[in-house]
Every structure is written in C-alpha cells, then in structure tokens.
Design a protein around this ligand. Structure first.
Ligand code: UD1
Length: 419
C-alpha cells in the first residue's frame, strides 16, 4: 500500500482546480443503465471509486469512453442483471445499480454493499422504497434478489429519516415506473438536484429535487443526454481547511459557495476569509490561528458529516475548545486517536468529541482509516512541525483527485511513496 510523506509547516499559496463531485458522478453514472442511448458526462473526476463503478457498469453491458474528464457511457443492451460481490463490496454507491436494472429489465441480483467502515450503514430504506414500487425482494447469501416482472409502479414513499443514498435510489427507479412517485423527507444534498437535472436531461420528469418532497412522473423510456457534474463541495471544504490550518492563500477554481450550506458560516466564524469570485473562491486565514467553535453534523444544508474529520483536524490547532457532534454515522471518529499521535488533545465520549486546541502539532506516522479521515490526517500533516507519514492512502485515491499534485503546485512538501 502506498504512503504519503509530508513535511509540514509550509503555507499554501496558489490555485487548486476543484474536481467534479464524486458523490454525484457515481449516481449519474448509474443513471446510464436506464437508457439504451449514450449518456455524456462532463467534469467526471478520475478516482478509484469511479473506475470501480465503471467496471461494474461495463459488466452490465455499458460501453465507456473516458477522455480527460468527459465520460461517455452507452448501455445499448443490458447483458447481465447481476452485480457480483467483488465489484460491489468495496463501494456502497455500486448498490445503486439495483434500481435502474430493476426498472429497465424487471429483475436484478445485487450483492449487499461495502464502503468506508464508518458505521453499520444498512440498506433497509433503499429496499423499502423499491418494495413500495412493487418490487419483490429477497435476501439470500449476501445478495439482494429483486423482481418486478410487470414493471415498477409509482408509489408514495415517506422516509423515516434522511438518507442520501435511498433518496437517489428511489429516484433512479421511479423515473421509469408507471405513474407518479412522491418521496417525502427526501435528502436535500446538492447531489440530489444534480441527479435530477441529469435524469430530466434524459427525458425524465422529476420535480422538487433539493426540497424535502420530490415528485416523479414515470416515463416509458429515457433518451441520451449530456450533463456536467457539479463541483465537489467536500473537496472544496477540505482545501479550505487545509489553507486555514497552514496559512497562505488559495484560489479554488470552480468551487461554489452555495454548495457549502451551513459550513460557510462556520468557516467564517472560525476566522477564515472567504471571497466569492466569478469562477471559484479565494480563501485565507484571517489571523495567526483559527478560533474554536462547536459543530453538529446534519443532513444538507447542515454541516456535512463528510467534512467533520477535516474540521476536527483544523480545530486541533485552533484557539480554544471545540465540541464536535456526529449525528449521521455512529463510528466516524477513527481519525481522533490518529490525530492524537500528532499531539492533538481530543477526547471522545459517544458521538461527541472535545478538541482542545494546541499551538502546534508534531509530525508522526499515522494510519488512514477511511476516506475523509485520511484527508484530515493530510491537513494535520501539512500544518504540523516535521514529517508525517500517512499510511494506507488508497482511501484517499477513492475520493480526492490528484491530491499530491494539487497540493505540490501550491508549495506543499508532500510525496507519494509507492510500495
Ligand atoms: C452518502 C455519501 C456519503 C455521505 C452520506 C451522508 C455517497 C456515495 N456517499 O452516503 O459520502 O457521508 O451520504 O451525507 O453519496 N441508513 C440506514 N438505512 C438505509 C440507508 C441509510 O439506516 O437504508 C443510515 C446510514 O447508516 C446513516 C444514515 O442513514 O447512518 C445516513 O446515510 P445516507 O444518507 O444514506 O448515506 P449514504 O447515501 O450511504
């Protein structure tokens, strides 16, 4: 497994292009299975997770062409409705092929998913939504067997709590169901509206995406389309925290302020200057150190759980005490002991972490445990005195495009050591 060696303590200056959002790209890629015509996707990040889903889609019969960040997917014929364990276990988003396969072919056999080890992460809400649309579902030997021989039917779906994946999955199935589907308590993440825009470009009839109620009038078939994936708000937030931790000034090209939701106000509150440009954001730390503040992770527009680890890294050197409450995933503080190895003062009690800011972190060997946690260790390493060795960087390759290259271009001393 590759490692990253970081010599910290250098400010970051320069421009970082923000890639297309991983979490959006993976869902619009799954949408390609809904149509027998080509779907051209612009601004797709080249990431391990994207490659993995590409392999799965090809296995179902999609033909792909990747040129730069433009990905064309053409699923003229579905040659297999089975998504095997080996291709689904490493990434939860692969599970979202179930809905499109069921909607188009009337059956599917999909392995139960894997993904980051940040909690139990069941798929009960996904399956409830598909069952409400008339699918017959059985679980056996780690697989979901689903059938809807007469096609899916529109349904009223009310989720008991907000789930991004289940909302998207219900949309991906309902666009080709007979009749109207309503989704109540839908997730409002920007990636949901992005998926709706892509589906509508393909001829679907989705309204209300971005609000808590989504209405979908099913159509018999979907067309080809072109769609540009929205910029990655989590990558944006991560680089904002990096420059806030190291000092310096970054221009984040293509970043959008409106995608940051409540995080924008939090970042300003801790002492980060954020300026909106025509095509991006300019970011710098206002003073010598950030000031501590408290956060609670929430579904969008609340503070995103996917930025919690990076925010914790920033708070380790902030002035004061910060409490960080994680409400979305039950096991998402694995970065806390690793940050502790670098001198951070963090105590965890259940779903709440208390961070007492120290003047300076010291470099240390650390272990990346999941995708966003890995980025928090990189941020801490960039800010720390001396060398940090981040082990197991494959997590980072799943979600941050050209990480070392982007940081090196801004003056960071960061190097990949191939194993
Ligand atoms: C997506 C994102 C992930 C982000 C998360 C929350 C992708 C590929 N991943 O994950 O980066 O951290 O949203 O913003 O887009 N749950 C159930 N049953 C279900 C579904 C979910 O209990 O059927 C629970 C989960 O365990 C979790 C909570 O609901 O505790 C929210 O999960 P969800 O919003 O579904 O997250 P993902 O779609 O998996």
């Amino acid at each position: 497994m590759d490692k990253l060696a970081i010599i910290g303590g250098r400010p970051l200056y320069g421009e970082i292009p923000i890639s297309g959002a991983k979490n959006s790209a993976l869902k619009v890629m799954a949408a390609s299975l809904l149509s027998d015509a080509p779907l051209k996707l612009l601004n797709v990040p080249r990431l391990a997770d994207v490659d993995m889903l590409l392999r799965l889609l090809e296995q179902h019969g999609a033909v792909s062409e990747f040129e730069g960040s433009t990905l064309t997917l053409h699923a003229k014929d579905i040659i297999s409705t089975e998504a095997p364990y080996d291709l689904v276990r490493k990434m939860r988003a692969s599970f979202n092929v179930l809905g499109p396969l069921l909607a188009r072919e009337g059956k599917a056999k999909v392995s139960l998913p894997g993904g980051c080890a940040i909690g139990a992460r069941p798929v009960d809400l996904h399956l409830k939504a598909l069952t409400a649309m008339g699918a017959k579902i059985e679980l056996d030997e780690g697989y979901v067997f689903a059938e809807a021989p007469d096609g899916l039917k529109g349904a009223d779906i009310a989720f008991p709590f907000v789930s991004v994946g289940a909302t998207e999955h219900a949309m991906l199935a309902a666009v080709r169901a007979k009749g109207t589907t309503t989704i109540e308590n839908a997730a409002r993440e920007p990636e949901i509206a992005d998926l709706a825009n892509c589906l509508n470009a393909m001829g679907a009839n989705v309204s209300g995406a971005g609000s808590s109620t989504i209405t979908i009038e099913g159509v018999a078939a979907l067309n080809g389309a072109e769609h540009a994936v929205l910029p990655d708000r989590i990558e944006t937030g991560a680089y904002i925290m990096a420059v806030a931790a190291t000092g310096g000034e970054l221009t984040l090209k293509g970043a959008r302020a409106d995608l940051l939701g409540a995080a924008w106000a939090v970042l300003e509150e801790v002492g980060i200057d954020l300026e909106e440009l025509d095509d991006g954001l300019r970011v710098k730390r206002a003073g010598e150190r950030c000031t501590a503040t408290d956060i609670v992770t929430q579904p969008f527009p609340g503070f995103p759980t996917d930025l919690q680890a990076q925010f914790m890294a920033l708070m380790t050197t902030a002035d004061g005490v910060s409490t960080i409450k994680e409400t979305i995933f039950e096991n998402r503080f694995m970065h806390a002991p690793e940050l502790g190895r670098m001198g951070a003062k963090i105590s965890v009690d259940g779903q709440t972490a208390t961070v007492r800011g120290v003047a300076r972190l010291k470099g240390a060997p650390v272990m990346a445990t999941d995708l966003r946690a890995s980025m928090s260790l990189v941020i801490a390493g960039l800010a720390a005195e001396g060398q940090t060795m981040v082990n197991r960087v494959y997590h980072l390759d799943r979600g941050f495009e050209r990480l070392e290259e982007k940081l090196q271009a801004c003056g960071a001393l960061i190097e990949r050591i191939k194993e």
